[in-house]
Design a protein around this ligand. Structure first.
Ligand code: FMN
Length: 359
């Protein structure tokens, strides 16, 4: 099956089937209500800087698509919405365009529609390792990217019948890539990044990590459906078994932050309240994928409406915690309960540090 065709399969399954994890780890993270906020909601400033741009809110639409003519409209609506809302946007894996130049336009249209916001390219880590760091220049030129996200998806590759399971040499490839002129973001795709992996990445020179942890779209789940549809019972079984595999997003944010990374919190971000939780846990930005897929198949307006909802809830969370701006939110106290607390304590983190006001 071609990369381009597989991409369509993934989108169809994400639109039609329940592909998310059964748990909602963000519910373990409680911001502390401030009964006397002593600020005016209208003066709250959600803007922040990212990759040299000023964004209206610390939100990135994380990479989903491009690579097949039928994905054109989705990327266009996402890009127009990002431009209107002043938010960052990533494209999906550009591998299909490297393999078939006819697909380039499904990616390059993004920059034309969103000239004033950061646009992030995308390639798999194994692809980077095989092609060498020069490929980053081609990817960046294709869409005038401000950075390239190199994605890690070994969970999905492990379940896919045609999966690539040779992970040797990836850290070295990332190390060579991060020496070049194009900023690199290393991103997971739904299984999270641990402190140990983040430390390896920091040693390789990678500074920005998109954790994409569990609690949202499960790529093992998507592959389970593909296996079932193809009558491949072995892949279907594997996909179901590893459906929930990985590091819950809130825990992964804390793990990567403790290694010194600049963190994008993503994987299961389903509201502006989750965006606020990502930032209070130590993230600089929050990333959203699945909730924008369906609206982007409809129109720019539908996509903007969903994003407006996110920003409205982020402002509300900031108001109710007495945070005037993003740096205030990043210091805002919170309480960590349940499995996330157990996870972090077992991993040696002192969760009480989050519950006191932090300078
Ligand atoms: C339809 C779809 C396609 C995706 N394609 C890519 C991709 O090409 N490259 C990538 O790095 N991540 C890809 N992702 C993963 C997302 O960027 C994100 O990391 C993951 O879905 C978790 O976020 P969510 O729970 O908000 O969906 C895709 C996600 C979806 C829903």
């Amino acid at each position: 099956m071609t990369t381009s065709r597989r991409k369509l399969d993934h989108i169809r399954i994400c639109l039609e089937k329940p592909v998310e994890a059964s748990s909602r780890p963000f519910e373990d993270v409680l911001l502390i209500h401030r009964a006397l906020p002593e600020i005016c909601e209208g003066e709250i400033e959600t803007s922040c800087r990212f990759l040299g741009y000023r964004l209206k809110a610390p939100i990135i639409i994380t990479g989903m698509t491009g690579g097949h003519p039928d994905t054109r409209e989705i990327n266009l609506n996402l890009a127009r919405a990002a431009q209107e809302m002043g938010l960052a946007m990533g494209v999906g894996s550009q591998r299909a365009a490297l393999e078939d130049p006819r697909q380039v336009e499904t990616f390059s249209l993004v920059r034309d529609a969103a000239p004033d916001v950061p646009i992030i390219g995308n390639i798999g880590a194994v692809q980077l390792q095989r092609s060498g760091p020069k490929v980053l220049e081609r990817l960046a030129e294709m869409i005038e990217a401000d950075a390239i996200a190199v994605h890690l998806n070994f969970l999905q590759e492990s379940v896919q019948p045609e999966g690539d399971r040779d992970a040797k040499g990836v850290i070295e490839a990332l190390s060579s890539a991060s020496d070049g002129g194009i900023p690199i973001i290393v991103k997971e795709t739904g299984a999270g990044i641990s402190r140990e992996a983040a430390e390896d990445l920091i040693s390789a020179g990678v500074k920005i990590m998109d954790v994409s942890g569990t609690g949202g779209t499960s790529w093992s789940g998507v592959e389970a459906y593909r296996g079932e549809e193809a009558g491949d019972t072995e892949s279907a079984r594997m996909g179901r078994l590893f459906w929930e595999w990985g590091i819950p997003t809130p825990a992964s944010i804390v793990e990567c932050r403790s290694a010194g990374a600049q963190v994008i919190g993503s994987g299961g971000v389903r509201s502006g309240l989750d965006v606020a939780r990502c930032l209070a846990l130590g993230g600089s930005m929050a990333g959203i994928a699945l909730p924008l897929l369906y609206p982007a198949t409809k129109s720019k307006e539908d996509t903007v409406a969903v994003l407006k909802d996110f920003v409205r809830a982020l402002r509300t969370a900031m108001f109710l915690t007495g945070c005037r701006n993003i740096p205030d939110l990043q210091k805002s106290p919170l309480v960590i309960l349940g499995k996330t607390r157990e996870w972090l304590e077992q991993r040696g983190f002192d969760t009480r540090k989050f519950s006191a006001y932090r300078e």
